[in-house]
Structures are given as structure tokens and as C-alpha cells.
Design a protein around this ligand. Sequence first.
Ligand SMILES: [Zn+2]
Length: 458
Amino acid sequence: MNSNYNERKSFYTLLVSSLFFPIHEYLKCHNSVSVRKQLEISQWWPRQQIEQFQFTRLRRLLFYAQANVPYYHGLFAEIGFNPTEINSLADLKHLPLLDKAKIRNNIDAFKSIKAQKLARFNTGGSSGEPLVFYIGNERISHDVAAKWRATRWWDVDIGDPEIVVWGSPIELDAQDSIRVLRDRLFRSKLLPAFEMSEQKLNIFLKEIQSQRPRMLFGYPSALAHIAGHAEKIGMQMDNLGIRVAFVTSERLYDDQRQQISKVFGCSVANGYGGRDAGFIAHECPVGNMHITAEDIIVEITDHHGIPLPPGQSGEIVITHLASSDFPFIRYRTGDIGSLDDKLCSCGRGLPLLREIQGRSTDFVMAQNGTVMHGLALIYILRNLPQISAFKIIQESLNLTRVWVVSEIGLDPTISEMIKHKFQSRLGQNVEIIIEEVAEIPKEKSGKFRYVMSKVSPN
Ligand SMILES: [Zn+2]
């Protein structure tokens, strides 16, 4: 590749990141451009200044929620809480934890009466409990800006050629003309991660070779699987100019990191967060997970919601400071982790998450040998209002068990629909057993895996 081409490439990236993408955001009424600029300044603040900033925003959020959000208006009255009594971040502990059931049972009361435009989302989360919730423009802008900032830590930017290996059928359905145009403009190419047959893997590798992306984005398990296939067939992938692989949505295992890094000849940057909880933390080039502290307060709590000191493991609980349209205050992620109070040598004052143990999804294998991401099955159950929790256990190639928690009971037509959809993914002759249970037991490690396959893909 000659230098001329490189210059042209970076000029195009500059055009996208400083013109096309800002226009795109402006048209969507997002102020992510100015938020990102502010975040790039505040990331270098000393920790005390960041905490003072969090405190100011927390008070503002609590006052706003009391005045404009029916759920919090009622809750504060009920427990006798007054936002004027908040004197430090630690006072947050006087508020109860928020779990998915509370949101599910009060969904409309969580919407601010002043909310202008709310986008509906749903997630299985890391806990496997489906949740429908809403996000306003303020939060979207902040989450986009936080992701954008972290992208730039790695010397890449929006507009650099990117390959995205992702599995959401919602996003795949949205392959309308505007989306296709936007992806082309931003040089982002989506490869669906659902099916990972040998034939598909070959196509993916050829696509990556011809696109020569500067960055990869996807589930660690999916990228590691693609990397493993390249190694198996002896395809060289480390000479394409890939700088970094961004991975998220799952726990990143060390062997996956090594595999991806070796095969693609790039760094691997871990990200932690979700649609529900926001862009919680991201790895910097030194290798530490920095919390998006300007927007998100992370607490690690015990079973009673009591915050634990750095170094101790507990549930990751977040308060999203840009969520006034639909507040997430002391929201339980269901993930287990711990804080780290050391300073990172990169110089950023943003606090650190030491460890995240809770995320794990798995691959499942269809009867014909096609390996697919567990999310292919999760999405079938995720959006059904009758189901409040589930777990999928692939016992063998011929039998998959589905545990379902349903408060109102599962309608036979829904059961049939689930069986039918599972069979269309796993094979028509696969036996699907749906069992209604009172609750889904956690695994010994405390982790929750919503898919557990006893069929090894390798
Ligand atoms: Zn750092």
C-alpha cells in the first residue's frame, strides 16, 4: 500500500468523523459531537474533579426525577427521601436497587413527563432476563459519544473501514436503503454472526481480506472463531493493516484475546456495557478498563445493596447520569465484578473496573453441524412479554431444553411458536422440550449463562 493511498484513506476518515457523522447526528437531534469533545477533556481530569462532576450531575438527575418521573416521585415520597439531603456520592446508597422486574411492572411510570422522543429497546442483558425499556435523545447522544471517545483511544475513528460481526436480527432487518447508504458512507460492513458454517467462515475471511478494515468489532467468541478458522485453513490475515479488534457483550477470555491478536495481527480492546446499562467501561491501550465515569456511576454491591470497597467482588450496579427521560438509578446489571482504585499509567483519571466475571454466552450447533451464536436462540425468547426469564440448554444435537419463567403461564400457541423457531435454527428433527420453572438457578460460579451448550463446536 503506498503512502498516497494511506493519505487518501485518512483524509476520508477525517471527512466522515468531522463532517458526515456530525451531520448525521445533527439530523437525528443528537448532540454527541459536543458531548464527545467535552469527554475528551474530562477524561484527563484528576479523580476528585471527576467525582465532583458526578455529584453535581447526580443531584440534578435526582431533582429532575422527583419532579418529572412518576415512579421516582412516588418512590421518594414513600421512603421519605429528599434529593436536597444528598451530600456526597456515597449517599446514593440510601436509595433502593432497581431491578428489571421493577421496570417491567412500572414501565410507563419510568417515563419522564417531559420526555420528547423515546426510542424503545429490548435486551436479554447478561442476566438472561428480558427487558423492554426506553431511551431518550440525551442518553443516546452520551452513549454514542462515550463509544466514539473510546474508539479514538486506539488511534482509529468513525469513518475508518470497519467490519462488524454481529448477530442482532433487529439490526439485520434494518438493512433498508438508508442504513445501507449510511454504512457505505461510514465504511462499516456488517457480517451476520448467527451462522458460522465452514462455508460462511470462508466468505467472512475473504470479505475481511478484500475490505482491509482498520478495525474489527464483534463478540469475542465470534471473532475468535473466525480467527481459529483462518488458522486452520492457513489463511494469512495479519498483513491487512487491522489495528484493533473491539470486542463486547461477552466475557473476553485470555485465549480468545491471544487468538484474535495473533491471527489478525492487531490489539484487542474489550468493552463492557449494554443497551440497558449504557457504555459502562472500555479498555485503554495500557490494558485497563476505564469507566465512563462522567455519565455512569458504578457501584459494586453485596446482596443487600450495600456498596463494597475496591477489590471486593459484588454485583455491578449503575446509575446513568444522562438518563433523565427514563432514569436508571442504582440499576442491577446482574454481572459480577470489582473496582480498582489504582491510577492507570495512560494518565486518564477515569476510574477502573478490575474484573467483570458475569458475561458469558455460548455457541450452539445445529444438527447439520452449523455453528451459531447462542444469541440466535436468545432473540426468539427475548421479546416475548409472557417470559420473564429463561435459560436454553443444548443437551445434544438432538435435544434442546428451554427453561422458562412465566408469571401468567405460557400459552400453548406460544410454546408451539418457540418450538417451531428453534427447530428452524437447530434442525427440523431436533426435539425441543419447554419446561416452565419457578426460577432459573444460577451456576456455582454465581454467573448466569442464558445459553449452555453441551455440544462442543470444535
Ligand atoms: Zn488507561
